[in-house]
Design a protein around this ligand. Structure first.
Ligand code: 2IT
Length: 447
């Protein structure tokens, strides 16, 4: 019965979204978890909640023409997927990366819908971006691209409609250029974007929030086994915004981050990325957008080309880069090397085979929609501050973030237990996120 229902839904999703591998993968993972909920709630099936929830409310694609520094015309494709607004205005980041496709946008917006529901804040799910590659572009080129992108995007977003933020390739610089153009077009200073500069409506702690939140979540998971993060060796894969936040918080808590990497390979620094080395790592991406190998060259560490860091012995693994960066094979290797806790700080970084391997081997496993929700939760806090026209101190934001992460953890644990799968954070997160959105959809009728 369960398998039939899942197959039936997935056949429909595959037929309507042919070739959209990442989107189908994200939907499959959620539907697999919520079949028991649908069996308990025939009214959800009658109201076709799953069919509605797997269909984005709106998918916008647009042309982004711009002129590069040589005077040549360039054309990119822009997207905004407004997936679900049952519990609040669409909310989610913008990704600028050559790998961006409609499938990637839809998977991210779908995930975001459940993640945002878990934060306890009133935010619907959305995502956007472009196949534009900011690497190797001058500041002026990035600005011209952002202005052209916003010249179309602006008509679809707004403080009470859809509030984009950053994601891969979109940080403070890009949000600045996008916001400047937005404000010029609408002639209003309003909280239509988050991740803004702290001097003009941004929230303290937003840049660090995703990474800090993932570490808070790891602490809560370890505490269920009477363990602590202090003294642990941790492997991470990226060194952007999320990687830096994770490393900074782990250093504060006395853990040791021993790897960073990019698509070309990874660095192993067994002594840990601390002090001046951490400052160098931070500058590497955030200021210079330089390759990870520079860290290995500068500090005389081992560089392994063409591989991810999952072969390194560690207690905790925190993928911080991108989807499907940790395979079933990688998972087997981590388990063999003694890793007992895996936290998805990126979106869907572990393949389904990897997740299965972790769960079979009693590894604590936190799915991204729970563990990396601290970023968007702090975006929600930025929206609150903008509405109130005030700004909170760093400590105030951090305390709220910490509290939200504890609550998400508890929700996952309680929900998993209520559905007979204690300790299964995938079931806990998917079911709790789904229930919140589904009940709101039921209340609002067939829309
Ligand atoms: O994946 C994510 O949650 C984000 N990129 C952050 C989205 C946001 O609106 O802050």
């Amino acid at each position: 019965m369960s398998a039939n229902l899942l197959n039936e839904y997935m056949q429909g999703v595959a037929a309507r979204n042919p070739g959209e591998k990442e989107f189908q993968q994200a939907v499959h993972e959620v539907l697999e978890s919520i079949i028991p909920v649908l069996e308990r709630h025939p009214e959800f099936r009658k109201a076709r909640i799953v069919e509605r929830l797997t269909e984005p409310e709106r998918v916008i694609t647009f042309r982004v023409p711009w002129v590069d520094d040589r005077g040549d015309v360039q054309v990119n494709r822009g997207f905004r997927v407004q997936f679900n607004s049952a519990i609040g205005p669409y909310k989610g980041g913008l990704r600028f990366h050559p790998s961006v496709t409609v499938s990637i946008m839809k998977f991210l917006a779908f995930e975001q819908t459940f993640k945002n529901a878990l934060t306890t804040l009133p935010m619907g799910g959305g995502k956007g971006g472009s196949d534009f590659d900011p690497r190797g572009k001058s500041d002026n080129e990035v600005m011209r691209f952002c202005q052209s992108f916003t010249t179309e995007l602006f008509r679809h977003v707004g403080a009470d409609t859809d509030v984009p933020a950053g994601d891969i390739g979109v940080g403070g610089r890009e949000i600045g250029y996008i916001y400047g153009q937005y404000k010029r077009l609408v002639n209003r200073f309003e909280g239509a974007f988050t991740g803004k500069g702290v001097g003009w409506g941004g929230s303290l702690m937003r840049p660090e929030a995703t990474g800090y939140g993932a570490v808070y979540f790891a602490q809560e998971m370890l505490a269920t086994r009477d363990q602590s993060i202090a003294g642990r060796t941790v492997a991470i894969s990226g060194y952007g915004n999320v990687g830096c936040g994770v490393t900074e918080k782990l250093n504060q808590l006395g853990a040791r981050v021993v790897t960073i990497g990019d698509e070309y390979g990874f660095v192993h620094d067994p002594e840990g990325i601390t002090g001046a080395k951490y400052e160098f790592m931070k500058e590497l991406w955030q200021v210079r957008r330089a390759p990870a190998k520079e860290y290995a060259d500068k500090f005389n560490c081992r560089w392994t080309a063409g591989a991810r860091p999952w072969s390194v012995a560690c207690d905790v693994a925190i993928p911080t880069a991108a989807e499907n960066e940790l395979s079933g094979k990688d998972a087997e290797q981590l388990i063999a090397n003694g890793c007992t806790c895996v936290v998805e700080a990126a979106n869907m970084p572990c393949t389904p085979e990897a997740v299965e391997a972790f769960q079979k081997n009693n590894v604590l496993f936190a799915p991204g929609k729970a563990a990396n929700a601290g970023g968007v939760a702090t975006s929600g806090l930025e929206m609150t501050q903008n509405s109130m026209r005030l700004s909170w101190s760093r400590d105030e934001v951090d305390a709220k973030l910490h509290d939200i992460m504890r609550r998400i953890h508890k929700t996952c644990v309680d929900t998993a237990a209520a559905y007979g799968k204690p300790g299964n954070y995938v079931i806990g997160a998917n079911v709790a996120g789904f229930l919140k959105v589904a009940m709101a959809m039921m209340d609002q009728g067939v829309v």
